[in-house]
Design a protein around this ligand. Structure first.
Ligand code: 26V
Length: 799
């Protein structure tokens, strides 16, 4: 049905009438989207079956990527791109009077993630399939993804997200493969033939039902699987519980994605979600494995299981439980297989996000798993004792269970053969500080794998104009091997290529300006600098620094009528965790500043502040290609990697950032003349954190610009929000500015002036922009995944 345009048009019309039950003329965009989606899925299903068969027969090693989040976004157009039929479908639809981009809009984002960690998982799925690796995802089919954000009077309001409202064309429910997951209850041990056997009794059981989604690769018939588990009541309701209550408790497990990505709030439902994911995924992996193998003794030779952060770390004791209790293995043998199977990625060093669970929660919820964790801990501590006899402090610091808590990062390091950070700087900080003791004990386990993004979604799909300019200049080989984008280097000063890049950017800016106008009735100057900060709202990401600087620019304009900066549109997009007061106040502040700056005759033609609500993957796809300046201004050492920074660079934006996360590597690749770096270095920050010596009051008192903007937060300058910003002012002064905004303010303002000067020089700016595109190939997630495949998983592409 996708072999020729005519064939496509005929099948589409027929399918539309069959599925929607309405005539072509009466069909809605939603009907048309559903019909096209089903055609794609059907088209893919043959390859899906063949791929699964091939893997089975080849006996090749398989990777399972366990993640509590998969932030997929929309799938229709990326599927068409990967199948290589997008242009044909687009033109076929056009002939039928249908605009593909309107069908695209009819699809809801699969927003099953908070931010970087979940989006990385989605990019990895795309790369694994495109590299022809047999790599599958396991996650949770949340009924509601990350909340929908509305802004009312400048305040964030959260609404339940409803991605499944119109069904999900991409999934196949497989009730025959459902798995029972037990919680609570108690463990009995019985002796059988001189061996202890453990039985989990009186548990409350939940049914995990798999929903499979095909994962397509680019230019390959390989189709992998993303298996998302949904919670349903089991066949046998617990006899002593009210059945309505049981049904509610059960379904709640896969009802909502937790929206709190950096605080470990210790909620029992979250822990249930983790075991629900792990128990069902491992059982299904082992069931599949057993279809082709007679025993489990070389399981790790055929299966690699990766845990995306510590959220699925219970996979370690769970796999031990399966091997020992169900398969009758001895501890040591099981441990060798488990540790050789599992590998772990750390995604943050913020202590608030480090997972630890109170024993009081953990133990009753999975009594057998807790016994195993205790045993792992005991054996590990004995090992430590042998290495460091008498060093109680060290052993206490490294223990898996200590002071009433189970520490998930420690469990993950001890129970796996590989631990990696997500950017060079991040990995160094892990090795030298956060995980120093572990690095000393297991030096060979640690490695760096700098993050990446799929250039297929973030360039081919989001920016077809740039894609075609690149291909016109250097051919199309870069699509399969993105590092060949380096060929563009030689066009950096080529005036006709510069013109193409300029026109591309202008077109994308015009499109974004239209989106802004349609949403907010706000006209923005298409020729202004589009200066963008889009990411989750967190104190450490320092959106507040950006806002304080905008206030400062405005103050300067008010005070000095000769100061006319280059027109700029400051664009923000960010969701704040619902209970995170500081973050919510920053959102409110952005709106309050916009209300002044966008309407004051002094500034309104020069400065514009825009907050695009409900920021998500599909909106990022429209904002990033239209961006000139990419704001990556986290406090150095706090942003593990960042991946938005890579997407911007690939689309020709220039980074304004600190030496943090992958910004460091962006700088190494493009050279200092092609980005703007400012502010304290990671070592300086860590030095202040350890030894003190920073007093934000000094900066407040000694820098008039700073005093002015900080005072404005509480002086009644924002007439509608007299008391709103005390929290922000207090964080800067009373709490001594934990994220060093005031210390970095001056350097940031200087860097912003340099950005404006560089932008005013068109040739220079376009040259910078092209250099950024040319060096972005390194950040393709194909490179990242190839490194995981070779160094961690030991898997090779299927031929
Ligand atoms: C933590 C928690 C805590 C409990 C509630 C739910 C929840 C969800 C996620 C997380 C971990 C968030 C960690 C994270 O997203 N890290 C980001 O990972 C990106 C990919 O490696 C990286 O680029 C970002 O710098 C890093 O912040």
């Amino acid at each position: 049905m996708f072999h020729s345009k005519d064939e496509f048009k005929a099948s589409f019309s027929q399918r539309l009438e069959q599925t929607a039950g309405v005539s072509f003329a009466n069909s809605t965009k939603q009907h048309q989207y559903q019909a096209l989606g089903m055609m794609v899925r059907e088209f893919v299903s043959t390859n899906w079956i063949v791929s699964n068969e091939e893997i089975r027969q080849s006996g090749q090693k398989e990777v399972y990527y366990l993640s509590i989040e998969f932030l997929l976004g929309r799938l229709l157009v990326s599927s068409l791109v990967n199948l290589g039929v997008k242009d044909m479908v687009e033109s076929g639809l056009q002939e039928l009077g249908i605009d593909l981009s309107e069908l695209e809009e009819a699809e809801a984002d699969a927003g099953l993630g908070n931010g970087g960690l979940g989006r990385l998982a989605a990019c990895f799925l795309d790369s694994m399939a495109s590299l022809k690796l047999s790599g599958h995802g396991h996650g949770i089919r949340y009924k509601h993804g990350l909340f929908e954000q509305k802004i009312i009077d400048g305040y964030q309001v959260e609404l339940p997200e409803q991605w499944l409202r119109n069904g999900n064309v991409w999934e196949v429910r497989k009730p025959d493969l459902a798995i029972e997951v037990p919680f609570w209850g108690d463990v009995q041990w019985i002796e059988k033939n001189g061996k202890l056997t453990f039985v989990h009794e009186h548990a409350e059981t939940v049914l995990a039902v798999p929903f499979d989604m095909p994962v397509l690769g680019y230019d390959t018939t390989r189709v992998n699987t993303l298996r998302l588990w949904g919670a349903e009541p089991a066949k046998h309701y617990p006899p002593h519980k009210d059945f309505m209550q049981y049904k509610r408790d059960t379904e709640q497990i896969s009802e909502f994605l937790y929206p709190n990505d950096m605080s470990n709030d210790g909620k029992i439902l979250r822990l249930k979600q983790q075991y629900f994911l792990v128990r069902s995924s491992l059982k299904s992996i082992i069931n599949d494995y057993k279809e082709n193998h007679s025993d489990l003794y070389d399981f790790h030779e055929h299966v690699a299981i990766h845990i995306n952060d510590t959220h699925p770390a219970i996979a370690i004791p769970e796999l031990m439980r399966i091997f020992i209790d169900e398969e009758g293995m001895k501890w040591d043998q099981a441990w060798t297989i488990v540790t050789n199977t599992i590998s772990y990625t750390n995604h943050t060093i913020l202590s608030e996000a480090m997972e630890k669970w109170s024993i009081d929660l953990f133990k009753p919820l999975f009594p057998r798993i807790y016994m195993i964790v205790e045993e792992i801990n005991e054996r590990f501590c004995k090992e430590l004792w042998r290495e460091y006899p008498g060093d109680w402090d060290r052993i206490e610091q490294m223990a898996i269970i200590a002071h009433g808590f189970v520490k998930m990062a420690h469990l993950s390091i001890v129970g796996s053969h590989s631990v990696n950070g997500v950017a060079k700087l991040h990995t160094e900080i892990l090795k030298k500080r956060e995980m120093k003791n572990f690095h000393e004990f297991y030096p060979e386990r640690f490695s760096n794998k700098t993050n990446g993004i799929t250039h297929r979604r973030w360039l081919l799909q989001a920016n077809p104009e740039l894609t075609s300019s690149i291909s016109k200049a250097i051919g199309t080989n870069w699509i399969a091997e993105p590092q060949q984008l380096a060929e563009l280097e030689k066009f950096a000063n080529d005036s006709s290529f510069q013109l193409e890049i300029d026109e591309m950017k202008q077109k994308k800016k015009r499109e974004l300006a239209k989106i802004i106008f349609d949403r907010d009735f706000l006209a923005v100057d298409e020729h202004s600098i589009f200066d963008v900060q889009i990411k989750r709202l967190h104190a450490y990401k320092r959106q507040l620094l950006n806002v304080l600087h905008i206030m400062h620019l405005y103050n300067r304009m008010k005070e000095d009528s000769s100061f006319r900066p280059h027109p700029r549109t400051f664009i923000f997009g960010a969701k704040a965790a619902p209970g995170y007061e500081y973050a919510k106040k920053v959102i409110k502040l952005i709106h309050s500043v916009a209300n002044i700056v966008n309407y004051d005759p002094i500034s309104k033609d020069t400065l514009r502040v825009v907050f695009l609500d409900n920021y998500r993957v599909s909106l990022a796809e429209k904002i990033i290609p239209a961006t000139n300046v990419s704001e990556q201004i986290s406090t150095a050492s706090k942003e593990a990697s960042g991946t938005g920074n890579m997407k911007f660079m690939m689309n020709g934006a220039v980074t304004l950032g600190t030496l943090d996360g992958a910004n460091v590597e962006i700088g190494d690749l493009v050279g200092p003349e092609n980005l703007f770096i400012f502010g304290l270095k990671a070592e300086e920050i860590m030095h202040f954190e350890k030894y003190g010596g920073y007093h934000s009051h000094d900066y407040y008192h000694n820098d008039r610009r700073i005093k002015q903007v900080v005072d404005q937060l509480t002086s009644g300058f924002f007439r509608d929000s007299y008391y709103d910003f005390e929290t922000l002012s207090d964080s800067l002064l009373m709490e001594n500015d934990q994220y060093f905004l005031l210390k970095d303010f001056s350097a940031y303002a200087d860097a912003q002036d340099q950005v404006a000067a560089a932008y005013a020089d068109r040739k220079r700016w376009l040259n910078m922009s092209i250099h950024n595109i040319a060096h972005s190939g390194f950040f393709s997630s194909d490179r990242t995944v190839s490194e995981y495949a070779k160094d961690i998983w030991n898997v090779h592409p299927l031929s």
